[in-house]
Every structure is written in C-alpha cells, then in structure tokens.
Design a binder for this molecule. Structure first.
Ligand code: ADP
Ligand code: MG
Length: 236
C-alpha cells in the first residue's frame, strides 16, 4: 500500500511543476490526490474560481503566498486543498501530531472553514479539530496533541502554546493565516507575533486577505518566506 501511494505522490509532485494557471478550467486538470478529487466532487466543486486557479499551482509547489481577493471569491478552498495535499504527500498519520494550522479571526469563520475542510477532506485519514475556546480548556487539551489539522482563533491557540505542556507544533508543515486583515483589525497583531515565534521556520505559509494594507504587508514580512503576491480583483 505504501509503495503504491509513494508512486502516486511522486506522479502528482512531478506534474504540478508544469501546471499553468491559464490552462486550468476544472479541478480535474490539477494534479491532486484522488482522495481530494473525490472530496471536491462529492462537495459539488468542479471548476476553480480565479483566486483558486491563480494560487493553487504555487501552493501545490510548496511556495508561500500572499493572496488577496474580495470576500466571496473562494479563498477557503485555495488553502484547504493545499493543506490536505501537503499532509497527504508527507504521508501524515495519526501518530504524527499537528501538521497543519489554520488561524481564523472569529469562531464563526473557524467553524465555516472546519466544515469545508471536513467535506473536501472526507476521504483523507487526517483528523481535524476546532480550537476556538468557549468551552473548558482541559477538554481541548486532551485532543489538541492528537489532531493533525487545527482550525484556531488566535487567542485560544496562543493560550494552548502557553498552558498545554504536551502541545507540540515543532513538526508543523503548513500554516494558514486566513482573513488576515480582519485578524489584525480585531487587535490580534501581538498575539500573532507570539504565535509565530513558537512555530518552526521550515514550514509553508499561506496568507489570505480580502484587502491589502500596511499592517497586512508587515504581517507578510514577518510570516512569509519569499512569497508570491497574488491579487485577484475581477471586474463586477
Ligand atoms: P472568501 O473566503 O473569499 O470570502 P469562500 O471561500 O467563503 O470565499 O467562498 C465563498 C462561496 O463560494 C462559498 O459559498 C463557497 O462554497 C463558494 N465556492 C468557493 N469555491 C467554489 C468553486 N470552485 N466552485 C463553486 N463554488 C465555490
Ligand atoms: Mg474567507
């Protein structure tokens, strides 16, 4: 089974090198695991939106991205797919702990992202969990260490970094900062800075935002490594 999967991973990784955004009209044309392809189909997604088409080839080549596109343009799938694919290629499993972290500005947005991840990732063997507070912290402490993909609000993630001794992010492969402009508007700049200090430098980072301004730019400088800037602003 492992050898077969290894061959599939190598094939996907080779074909992604040649993928050009302009040529993509359906998700089927993007080299992805069959697990993700099946999840996209069962969730009713067939063709990528502009921001997905422009960012997926870069993100699937493991590049860092600062992506801006207006609300409703489909930024969630633009990072949910790379998170799933990144950990699939790493053959991430139950014993490997936290491999991906998505930071969302609010509980509501975290919950929406979690639902998309659950639907599109349904065929993957990865576990995902919401770390958004509102409940007893000890209940989260028990499962946070055994969860592969965490969808978090900034304050609660930092709280676990400070208060959950067994919480270990040192193997993190991919970090997503979603709705970064809203995270900063809500006053989480210092919280984010502290979170970033606790994460390994050798990781992929995807930063998405509806708008671009000086504070988003500063956050990008702190969190991204040689990123591609992708901005999609279609005419209405
Ligand atoms: P954003 O984060 O940019 O505001 P979302 O990721 O929340 O946008 O997506 C907005 C809406 O578009 C959602 O209802 C989502 O299901 C839908 N959507 C996203 N990508 C696609 C796609 N490729 N095909 C069809 N609908 C999509
Ligand atoms: Mg969004």
């Amino acid at each position: 089974r492992w050898a077969k999967e290894r061959a599939a991973i190598d094939k996907v990784q080779q074909s992604i090198q040649e993928l050009k955004p302009q040529s993509i009209t359906s998700f089927r044309q993007i080299p992805l695991s069959s697990l993700t392809q099946e999840g996209l189909t069962s969730s009713g997604f067939s063709a990528p939106t502009d921001i997905q088409r422009e960012t997926l080839p870069i993100a699937l080549r493991s590049g860092d991205i600062l992506g801006t596109a207006k609300t409703g343009s489909g930024k969630t799938l633009a990072f949910v797919i790379p998170v799933l694919e990144c950990l699939w290629r790493e053959q991430w499993g139950a014993v490997d702990g936290v491999g991906g972290i998505v930071i969302s500005p609010t509980r509501e947005l975290a919950f929406q992202t979690f639902e998309v991840l659950r639907k599109v990732g349904v065929k993957h063997e990865l576990s995902a969990g919401l770390i958004i507070g509102g409940k007893n912290i000890s209940e989260e402490q028990d499962r946070i260490c055994a969860t592969n993909i965490l969808i978090c609000t900034p304050g609660r993630l930092l709280q676990h970094m400070d208060e959950t001794p067994a919480f270990d992010c040192s193997n993190l492969k991919i970090l997503v900062l979603d709705e970064a402009d809203r995270i900063l508007d809500l006053g989480f700049k210092d919280t984010l800075d502290s979170i970033l200090e606790n994460l390994p430098a050798s990781r992929q980072t995807l930063l998405f935002s509806a708008t671009f301004n000086k504070s988003v730019h500063n956050l990008a400088r702190l969190s991204l490594n040689n990123p591609d800037y992708v901005s999609v602003h279609a005419a209405d």
